[in-house]
Design a protein around this ligand. Sequence first.
Ligand code: 6R9
Length: 646
Amino acid sequence: MSEKLHPVPEEWAKRAHVDAAKYKADYARSIADPDGYWGDIGKRLDWIKPYSKVKNVSFAPNAVSIKWYEDGTLNVSANCVDRHLATRGDQTAILWEGDDPKDSKAISYRELHEHVCRFANAMKDRGVRKGDRVTIYLPMIPEAAYAMLACARIGAVHSIVFGGFSPDSLAGRIEGCESKCVITADEGLRGGRKVPLKANADAAIDKVGGVETVFVVTRTGANVPMKEGRDVRYEEAVAAASADCEPEEMNAEDPLFILYTSGSTGKPKGVLHTTGGYLVYASFTHEMIFDYHEGDVYWCTADVGWVTGHSYIVYGPLANGAITLMFEGVPNYPSSSRFWEVVDKHQVNTFYTAPTAIRALMGGGEEAVKKTSRNSLRLLGSVGEPINPEAWEWYYRVVGDSRCPIVDTWWQTETGGILITPLPGATDLKAGSATTPFFGIKPELVDAEGRVVEGAAEGNLVIAQSWPGQMRTVYGDHKRFEETYFSTYPNKYFTGDGCRRDEDGYYWITGRVDDVINVSGHRMGTAEVESSLVAHEKVSEAAVVGYPHDIKGQGIYAYVTLMAGVEGTDELRKELVAWVRKDIGPIAAPDLIQFSPGLPKTRSGKIMRRILRKIAEDEFGALGDTSTLADPGVVDDLIEHRQNKA
Ligand code: 6R9
């Protein structure tokens, strides 16, 4: 790994909110006195009733309870919209860039306020109340932000489902939180291709029932069937609704949203975030890490279907009165210069994307970047997976003209906001390292026996103290929350990531240590893909592992044992890939399928994934101990027929 230091540029040290000395002092205070520190930081929001208590947390086994600012009340939409009206009502809040480069518009804070109030009232008119769950299944259009903020305004809890998920995945998430309202669009538009969102939503709702209202936003104008009494045209509903909507007074610990995410076992978990601590953390991290200053144009390329879109397109930036760019399209449409053309068109100052996008664009060569100016850029960011030093250097040199610091931000759906990251005015950078902890974050590395290791070392990454943005529970299943995150290492939050700390105290995330794989920055549980595969009539057994993939970071490698008499053909491979795509969504489609007559199992019947991973990595020289296998012979067959031969 490259250890070359990129020092803080002088200009940055001057302008930044935080320099190295301030980082050191404030970090020490934030760890030693969380109540005092976060008590001060919490004041950045407008509270209806100010809090008198700050932190009330227990990570104790079977008694995990996380509360911040618990006696304060506030409203998230009032903080993201109303409070900016007096000072920046006419300033752009959302800068929307459509899939088609000819399509863009600016929505001011005043306009945002009207959209949000009308939508909130339209939902109320249809019986949506405080505490009700609302599922949002929308493309990247401003209405997605209106919908989120409208829910927050009336105290409804939103659950956004990424538009790339299948009807079945959507159905599971509607059912999981018993949504009675769904918000979708006729169709989505990405890279010139249409996505049948309404049709998918119909199929999902038919499966689960219980949905009383479906708002349908017109995006492409496609002729979609509307179900009498259930389906409502968004445009008609908001036109008929009042533009006046008093924000609901919410307790700091009232739920704000649920976001389903993949884990190592079972179905996706509904990660629950609450109101006060989440918004304090999202807005504070956004301002400090992206060094946001009044008037900056900030662009995060994530989709609102992922946590990055929640915290760093919508809630964090809008709470800070920022100009946040929302992009409907993809990096390579109409050409692989698109990102940089958008940067020039809107004079973007801060650009935040995922390593998978950088690697894909790297493959297209420098010319597509160099032909654009990018002079407006000051800061670059990375999120979603470890960034390999080669991609980091390319991003730094080619995209940022060796001028712009890169903030490599490590965090998770569960953490609500960024936990380990450089601060651009304070931290010297090393390509590929997320560097150092944010204020209030106490990372530790633990070995296999659960002992904390000090100094330069490698281990599993845990966080030893709570922070305001931390998830509060798994929706409807607090036991699962405790078991997943607090049982492996008592009294610490277990992240599921492996990590190395170097001599300078810099953290290098090495990737998941559980059965979660990270495909293009999207989390996928191997168990989910396996259960989809075995649901196919020709499949008897399946084991799924990740393997290194040049562009996606990790690819999905599936070992499939077929039913007796079924032949493993290329046709069947295609059929199985199509099956998983349809069942879960395109992000879950296996990249490689190996038909294997048997899987390596222990005598007690456990699949030895360690061996499967090695073979998928084409590293079978180092299989380790295979003596506990019931039938060591299967390994030779697996090696011979491996699909990832160098
Ligand atoms: C924000 C987000 C979380 C998992 C996480 C880790 C990986 C995210 C990273 C990173 C190395 C970074 N991850 N950012 N690994 N460096 N800067 O991506 O949330 O979808 O829940 O994924 O992504 O493995 O545990 P989520």
